[in-house]
Design a protein around this ligand. Structure first.
Ligand code: C2E
Ligand code: CA
Ligand code: CA
Length: 395
């Protein structure tokens, strides 16, 4: 059953719309961290109507604009009631229509200041489907909200068509991973690969992550192994009326992020930290399958005038690699890093190959670059794999 715009308008005017709160928890420690405000229509006879029954209609008209601001105001009142109690940030859903609202950030600031609340207590959720609007407009909208001290989350990530290319530049704080990406116990290998990759790129782009719709122990265990930051879902709590939420907050101390992250470190977060450091030292890392003549490069920062495509044919990479090299170094470079020579070295049991060459930078100056090659064994085949680490030397 769905409702007409007139019925929804009447509900809004008669104060029949109210707000439920669904807590979110720190994934690693299960401490309360924040909550999401979710609108409900409580009819005079006490029945509770889910937003799925009226939000789509409200989106059709501009009623959604009023509903969202109404919810935001109720959230401020709830936070005001917590003034002398533990307070947790609350996320408010804003329809993508607000992206075109003039002075959105100013209006939000005025509202929150009227209740004298610290801005970091409010997080704005905007759904991924909003990404189809003009990129520049969306980015400006997000930036203006963040400049005013609020945080911004991209909701329902993975549910629609947003391209990774788009997300890579998004100036948001938080990525909320859509529940449709999580199956009952995350046992499908491909699903795990997709999720692991999303968490890896989110962390590397310095976005916090929230998994929503978490219902089972298996999902929770898997999300912890991915180093997910926050969990929202029935496994911890369902959306609840304000009074229940206030009692819940009373029972919890404000959750600090764990003081010693190493104590709750998952394997993937350790690897992420390690990668940060490795990249700092070696801004170009190349994985080569010497047997198949293919490579995959991870370029953190390019420091030569030759660009390095992220994948391709290894023999061609070596030929192109000499373009930015000092003419006197080309011969030794080509002799050392040609595939036949590397395979020969591998077969002879060489552990490490090191070479220093001079590379031309964008500023027209040659700098010394140290290149290391290490051979590794692939666990799944007999192919010979080499990992190359390149590091500009400070002269
Ligand atoms: P959403 O923003 O993705 O909110 C999360 C929805 O997932 C909520 O449904 C929540 O009750 C549900 N959920 C949470 N944990 C679980 C779980 O473990 N399993 C399952 N199966 N579901 C879970 P809800 O409250 O029915 O809200 C539906 C949608 O309505 C929201 O999706 C949001 O898009 C929209 N909505 C709700 N309140 C507002 C609002 O104030 N403004 C706007 N613009 N949209 C709202
Ligand atoms: Ca949401
Ligand atoms: Ca969502």
């Amino acid at each position: 059953m769905s409702y007409s715009a007139e019925e929804i308008r009447a509900a809004l005017n008669n104060n029949e719309l109210c707000v439920y709160y669904q807590p979110m928890y720190v994934a690693m420690t299960s401490q309360l961290k924040s909550a999401e405000a979710l609108v409900r229509w409580v009819r005079p006879d006490g029945t509770v109507v889910s937003p799925a029954m009226f939000i789509p209609e409200a989106e059709e008209s501009d009623l959604i604009m009023e509903i969202d601001w109404y919810v935001a105001e109720i959230v401020c009142r709830t936070l005001e009631k917590q003034n002398y109690m533990p307070q947790f940030p609350i996320s408010v859903n804003f329809s993508r229509k607000h992206i075109r609202e003039e002075d959105f950030a100013k209006k939000l600031t005025e509202l929150v200041d009227r209740y004298e609340l610290p801005h970091p207590l409010i997080e704005i959720e905007i759904t991924e489907s909003a990404m189809v609007v003009e990129q520049e407009m969306l980015f400006e909208w997000i930036t203006s909200i963040r400049s005013a001290g609020f945080t911004v989350a991209i909701d329902d990530f993975g549910s629609g068509l947003s391209s990774l290319n788009f997300v890579k530049d998004i100036p948001a704080d938080v990525l909320k991973i859509d529940k449709s990406l999580l199956s009952h116990n995350c046992e499908d290998e491909k699903e795990r690969i997709v999720l692991e990759s999303i968490f890896t790129f989110a962390h590397r782009l310095h976005l916090k992550t929230v998994a929503e719709g978490v219902e089972t122990k298996e999902q929770l265990a898997f999300l912890r192994s991915c180093d997910c930051n926050r969990i929202q879902g029935y496994i911890f709590a369902r959306p609840m009326p304000e009074n229940d939420y206030l009692s819940l907050c009373m029972a919890h101390k404000a959750a600090e992020d764990p003081a010693d992250i190493l104590q709750v470190q998952s394997t993937s977060s350790t690897v992420n930290l390690l990668m940060e450091v490795v990249f700092r030292r070696y801004p170009l890392i190349i994985f080569t399958n010497l047997t198949r003549n293919t490579y995959y490069a991870m370029v953190y920062k390019n420091f030569t005038t030759t660009s390095c495509p992220s994948t391709g044919v290894f023999d061609e990479l070596i030929v192109n690699g000499t373009n930015s090299m000092h003419p006197e170094d080309r011969e030794i470079f080509a002799a050392t890093f040609n595939r036949q020579n590397l395979i020969k070295e591998h077969d002879a049991g060489t552990q490490e190959i090191r070479l220093v060459t001079r590379q031309l930078g964008d500023d027209g100056i040659y700098r010394r670059v140290e290149t290391f090659d290490y051979f590794v064994k692939s666990s799944s085949s007999d192919d010979i794999i080499a990992i190359t680490l390149c590091q500009p030397l400070l002269d």
